[in-house]
Write a protein that binds this ligand. Structure first.
Ligand code: OOG
Ligand code: NI
Length: 491
């Protein structure tokens, strides 16, 4: 079974499990499907764009999830588990400055073909106990983490088998999906006492969510919508309580990066393990449980837009930070409309049509030969510099196209209508937005931050691998599409 197929099957199984565990998530999917159907029917431009980029086929299967891990060993085995499904760590997100004691990466497919087969990704955080000041508590947390085993034996065997054989058979792939899913399941019986849970929770709710449980339950799944404002309104109407603020850029004609919102986490009943005191003579007291509750799991929605170049990203970061400074507070329920106004005003400085975004090198695009121009002989001189005519290799056309097609020449071809540009969708996450999602669901709206410095090196050591640079991946996709496009125009 190909890794793409395993990933697809896993993401379907995960969605079914989560809908069963959190029925409100099923309602959210219903709402997103309604809104997407409406957008595709009423906005032919958006439909055509999704057809050209191939995203139309993946839209209904598009989702991401999130988990939080406790130790380096868990993270590195998780990397190996995701590799079976063709998912690799992309990007590094440091959330400590925003008051969340984790650092994270996203496991996802990395090439265009695999992304189109299944765009499933998992935002994966590692708890940073090094940021916790209380040494006794830290030690207790480490002991609890050392006592848990989050992968089934069979899952580990299948991972090792995959690595040794370079793949899994269809039957093994099926088994793998079943076994891997176990790691992400919710367990309402905790392996720790209520007393320890409460102390961990008082330190930071997130620590209790990781250390207090048998495994890294999937804490949300997120379908992709084509109109997040419509879903935000629809949630209210359907009695699904949305978070106050849509994270990310404001509403635009040409969406950039990622906008996200979520419904608030559910209060769930959990049973805490009673302390096993040696003096307990009454055997029924041993292993008995004490009732309590935990808030962690929620549902999220995202709207994805074009991936930005480093220059575009710097502009995004600046405008977002300007807007937040001007607001002078963390955006919340009370200042939401003021925040949106400030944000929209700030983002007037960000061009809002694809040609301008392309010309200013703010965003990444696919170059596609307009079907009417394919096969016609485009005036070579507008594309290729004359000095390459000396090249003698058999791959001459390919080489010269790749190296010398100049930006103004490409822009001219776009303006002539020979080349069409289509946005390369942003496949990753945003640290400020992620922190907002964390905070709203940990019911920790007050802003705080940790002093600790960003520690990508330490994260990669725990992971046992380097994370991919997401910008290099987009750059490659754009360059490859340009090659292909220019070649098809030449012949
Ligand atoms: C992860 C929150 C971040 C996103 O979409 O930005 C996230 C978590 O709550 O564990 O999922
Ligand atoms: Ni998320």
């Amino acid at each position: 079974m190909s890794s793409d197929d395993i990933r697809h099957k896993f993401s379907v199984a995960m969605s079914a499990m989560y809908q069963d565990e959190v029925p409100l998530y099923g309602d959210l999917i219903g709402l997103v499907t309604e809104v997407n159907t409406e957008v595709l029917a009423s906005q032919p431009d958006i439909k055509a764009q999704l057809e050209h980029t191939g995203e139309i086929d993946r839209l209904s299967m598009e989702r991401h999830g999130a988990i939080r891990l406790g130790t380096a060993a868990e993270l590195s085995m998780m990397r190996r588990l995701f590799a079976v499904m063709g998912m690799y760590p992309v990007g590094y997100y440091d959330l400590a400055p925003a008051g969340v004691p984790v650092h994270s990466t996203a496991f996802r497919a990395i090439d265009a073909h695999s992304l189109h087969k299944s765009p499933f990704r998992v935002f994966t955080s590692l708890l940073r106990l090094d940021l916790i000041g209380n040494d006794t508590l830290k030690q207790e947390a480490l002991t609890a983490l050392a006592n848990r085993h989050i992968f089934t034996d069979k899952a580990i065997k299948l991972i090792e088998h995959f690595e040794a054989q370079g793949g899994l058979t269809a039957a093994e792939g099926k088994d793998f999906v079943v076994e891997a899913l176990e790691t992400f399941r919710w367990h309402d019986k905790t392996p720790i006492s209520k007393e320890l849970y409460e102390r961990l929770s008082n330190q930071h709710r997130l620590i209790a969510d990781v250390v207090g449980f048998k495994g890294p339950h999937i804490n949300h799944l997120t379908p992709r919508t084509l109109d997040i404002d419509a879903v935000q309104q629809g949630m209210q109407a359907k009695g699904i309580p949305p978070k106050a603020i849509i994270e990310g850029p404001p509403r635009r004609t040409c969406p950039i990066l990622l906008r996200q919102t979520s419904f608030k986490a559910l209060k769930e009943r959990v049973s805490f393990k009673r302390e096993q005191v040696s003096s307990a003579i009454n055997s029924s007291e041993i292993n008995s449980f004490e009732q309590g509750q935990h808030t962690a799991r929620f549902g999220e929605i995202e709207q994805r837009g074009v991936a930005l170049t480093p220059k575009g990203r710097a502009l995004y970061d600046k405008l977002l930070s300007d807007a937040r400074h001007q607001l002078g507070a963390t955006p919340n329920e009370d200042n939401a409309s003021e925040y949106y106004q400030i944000l929209e005003k700030a983002f007037e400085a960000f061009p809002d049509d694809y040609r301008s975004l392309h010309a200013a090198e703010l965003a990444y695009f696919y170059y596609q030969a307009d079907s009417q121009s394919v096969g016609q002989n485009i005036d070579n001189l507008s594309v290729v510099d004359s000095k390459v005519t000396n090249l003698k290799t058999t791959n001459i056309q390919k080489a010269r196209l790749k190296t010398v097609a100049s930006k103004p020449a490409i822009v001219a071809l776009i303006n002539q209508g020979a080349i069409r540009i289509e946005p390369i969708v942003y496949e990753d996450f945003l640290p400020v937005s992620a922190a907002g999602i964390f905070q709203s669901n940990l019911q920790q709206d007050k802003q705080s931050n940790y002093e600790g410095h960003s520690n990508k090196h330490e994260f990669e050591r725990a992971l046992g691998a380097k994370v991919y640079d997401e910008l290099a991946l987009y750059e490659d996709m754009q360059a490859q599409s340009l090659d292909k496009c220019l070649i098809s125009l030449e012949y």
